[in-house]
Ligand binder design. Structure first.
Ligand SMILES: Cc1cc2nc3c(=O)[nH]c(=O)nc-3n(C[C@H](O)[C@H](O)[C@H](O)COP(=O)(O)OP(=O)(O)OC[C@H]3O[C@@H](n4cnc5c(N)ncnc54)[C@H](O)[C@@H]3O)c2cc1C
Length: 394
């Protein structure tokens, strides 16, 4: 008589860099056994957005067609895996509740809900059509503008200013940053930070440092404004612009975790699971949420990496899949699972400032301002080909 094996349901919330890395690793294990695992991706959007290409999409309508990728081919045809397009609003120890009211049970779950940045980097709308319309409108406004201001000199602000200047060399582009140092993240070399400044100035971007520009109405939610503006710096310099972009801030929404309690402890305080300042979920080295064996988190929503990046997610998130497989196997054999940690991952920083130019900092080769290396590794297509490939989409 054929042996019946219990179905193991693995829910993945969020189908971007971290979630897709978990899914791809699980799919490889399922191919070589583990046919009883069913993956259920819950993703609020109707297509996957590739944020790394967002600023190229702003300046190049042809390229923009590649940054929204359908989920159609993510799972093999006729497999029992599922995609549910909905928002997870509550997580419990063995099921999630969606915005539609549906409840989805799981044995294991990977929370990969990422982060938000002001448009046109990322979007609050769940519909790709609405998000594409925001980029299209900004592109048309940008084409008409003689001058543009970008507020915020983190990686996004540097790339946005660079992309605009590269696409429209005749426009005046000003990057305004509140501190004296661009891309001032922990763990990256000062040479990268000063190099980014020199690089942008060489491209012809005006960089104003040490000035916190407050532009009325320009907010995280309303981050692109097309209106003639004059900004006056404390030293009395005037900066004219026809379009302004806010490129400051990253926000993480993990409010769904406020319902999570261990089955045996109804008085558990779930606020201890997230950092009060940045709302990232606290995870152990195994990527298990503190106190929960079957609940994992990775990517921008988890507190694992100092600087969360897609590159880090790609290296770290597969450990969730490996640990879930280890737990499934151990349970079958009635043994204790040997779980692994992601281990070392590189602090890579590639700042693309147009299809031909960029600044990169990588372990082994160090910080380089070589446009040819930047072009080969990122600037040319901003890794959209890799993301399309991970979704089995051509
Ligand atoms: C302009 C820009 C350029 C960048 N360039 C680089 C780069 O060159 N290299 C690099 O390594 N990193 C880069 N990054 C950072 C990188 O994009 C992020 O680190 C990466 O997107 C994080 O991936 P993630 O899977 O954790 O989350 P996200 O990409 O933020 O995706 C989260 C997913 O979860 C879904 N979701 C969220 N909440 C819910 C919910 N409650 N229910 C259901 N679904 C939900 C979202 O719709 C989304 O699809 C860049 C970021 C930006 C904005």
């Amino acid at each position: 008589m054929a042996q019946t094996t219990e179905l193991v349901k693995v829910v993945v919330v969020g189908g971007s860099f971290a979630g897709v890395a978990v899914i791809q690793t699980l799919l490889s294990s399922i191919k070589s056994g583990h046919k009883n695992i069913q993956i259920i991706l819950i993703e609020k959007r109707d297509a996957r957005h590739h944020p790394i290409g967002a600023f190229r999409a702003l300046v190049d309508a042809e390229y923009a067609k590649r940054v929204w990728i359908p989920y159609t081919n993510l799972f093999p045809k006729d497999s029992h895996h599922k995609i549910i397009q909905d928002t997870v609003t509550q997580v419990y120890h063995d099921h999630v509740v969606l915005a539609s009211g549906q409840s989805v049970p799981f044995n294991y779950i990977a929370l990969c809900t990422g982060s938000s940045n002001p448009a046109p980097a990322k979007f609050t709308a769940d519909s790709s059509k609405e998000s594409i319309a925001i980029t299209d409108k900004a592109r048309e406004d940008l084409k008409k503008a003689k001058s543009a201001v970008v507020v915020g000199g983190g990686a996004c602000g540097v790339e946005l200013a660079g992309e605009i200047k590269s696409a429209f060399p005749d426009k005046k582009v000003t990057l305004i940053h509140s501190s004296q140092t661009l891309v001032d993240y922990p763990g990256y070399s000062p040479v990268l930070k000063s190099g980014a400044l020199t690089h942008l100035r060489d491209l012809g971007v005006d960089v104003v440092l040490g000035f916190r520009a407050e532009i009325e109405g320009l907010t995280f939610q309303n981050s692109i404004q097309s209106a003639p503006r004059t900004i006056v710096t404390p030293s009395g310099t005037t900066i004219e612009s026809d379009i302004q972009f806010l490129s400051v801030g990253i926000s993480v929404d993990t409010s769904y975790i406020s319902t999570l309690k261990p089955a045996t402890n109804p008085t558990f305080d779930s606020s201890t699971l997230i950092h009060a300042d940045n709302h990232q979920i606290k995870v152990q080295k195994t990527l298990q949420v503190i106190g929960f064996d079957n609940i994992f988190a990775a990517g921008d929503c988890a507190d694992y990496s100092k600087v969360p990046t897609a590159a880090a997610s790609g290296v770290i998130a597969p450990t969730i899949a490996k640990n879930i497989i280890a737990l499934v196997e151990a349970k079958k054999k009635n043994k204790t699972a040997k779980l692994s940690n992601p281990g070392w991952y590189p602090s890579v920083m590639l700042l693309a400032t147009g299809p031909e130019t960029g600044v990169i900092a990588m372990p082994l080769i160090g910080t380089r301002f070589s446009n040819s290396i930047s072009k080969a590794l990122k600037s040319k297509d901003l890794m959209v080909g890799m993301t399309n490939a991970s979704m089995n989409w051509k």
